[in-house]
Design a binder for this molecule. Structure first.
Ligand code: SAH
Length: 236
């Protein structure tokens, strides 16, 4: 085996300027950049590719890999296993390999599965930290995400209105990712608990970025994949 690592570079939430200097420098040394994409109705969609195209990185090095959108875990695992084999073959030819992920590559980021497989194989890996979407969301809206003694809980789209109620009434600030997976429960909770402060975000760091705090407007939206919520407790 060679001894240079395969780098996992975090791209940040969408604004190309929110990649770290270290991430950018690593990308600029790459021979191949593997980049997640999905097959949409009108062609390939890839926020990660959009970010890469906006920074000083040679576009011809970008190799998209298609991740199935289905919730079937085995479909995604097949895609990741193929990525692993492709990247390993190129690595063994001596190439500098970079694999990218949106936000932080170790925060609700299934690419860690590939990182673990390389590690098991004895190929050195290295991960470069990035800005997670909820941190960028706080910044665009001037929110003090947690203050003083407050606690923060991050929920990955699996929530019930009861769980939200118990967290908020005990003083937790709650971040909810993958909102599109729990629309009904969020609606149920918002309708019954209007006292809290709801911050809803879409596509942070892109041209279609949105921050909304009006409860009726939030309830009227269809939550897209790239949406999240930060709820701050108001106890009455
Ligand atoms: N690794 C990412 C999270 C990936 S999980 C990170 O560090 O942020 C995918 C979820 O992240 C989405 O369903 C959405 O809730 C959130 N997300 C990622 N990017 C986003 C963005 N630009 N705007 C709003 N939400 C985003």
């Amino acid at each position: 085996h060679m001894n240079h690592p395969i780098h996992f570079v975090s791209l940040g939430p969408g604004d190309p300027e929110l990649i770290t200097l270290k991430g950018l420098k690593t990308l600029q040394k790459a021979d191949i950049i593997y980049c997640p994409a999905t097959q949409g109705k009108h062609g390939i969609i890839s926020r990660a590719t959009d970010i890469l195209k906006a920074i000083e990185v040679d576009e011809s090095l970008i190799h998209p890999f298609i991740l199935p959108m289905s919730k079937e875990r085995t479909d995604a695992l097949n895609a990741y296993n193929k990525l692993f084999l492709d990247a390993q073959a190129e690595y063994l030819k001596g190439k500098q390999i970079v694999i990218v992920a949106e936000g932080d590559a170790g925060f609700y980021s299934s690419i860690q599965y590939v990182y673990d497989k390389f590690e098991e194989t004895g190929i050195p890996v290295d991960r470069i930290a990035g800005i997670p979407a909820f941190i960028a969301a706080g910044a665009i809206s001037g929110l003090h995400i947690v203050k003083q003694e407050e606690k923060l809980v991050v929920l990955p789209g699996i929530v019930t209105a009861e769980e939200l109620d118990s967290l908020l009434t005990s003083g937790h600030v709650v971040v909810i990712m993958k909102l599109s997976q729990c629309t009904d429960e969020i609606h149920r909770f918002m309708q019954a608990n209007r006292q809290h402060e709801f911050h809803y975000y879409e596509n942070v760091g892109t041209l279609s970025e949105l921050h909304e705090t009006d409860k009726r407007s939030i309830l009227n939206r269809t939550f897209p994949y790239f949406s999240l919520m930060i709820i701050q407790p108001h106890i009455i």
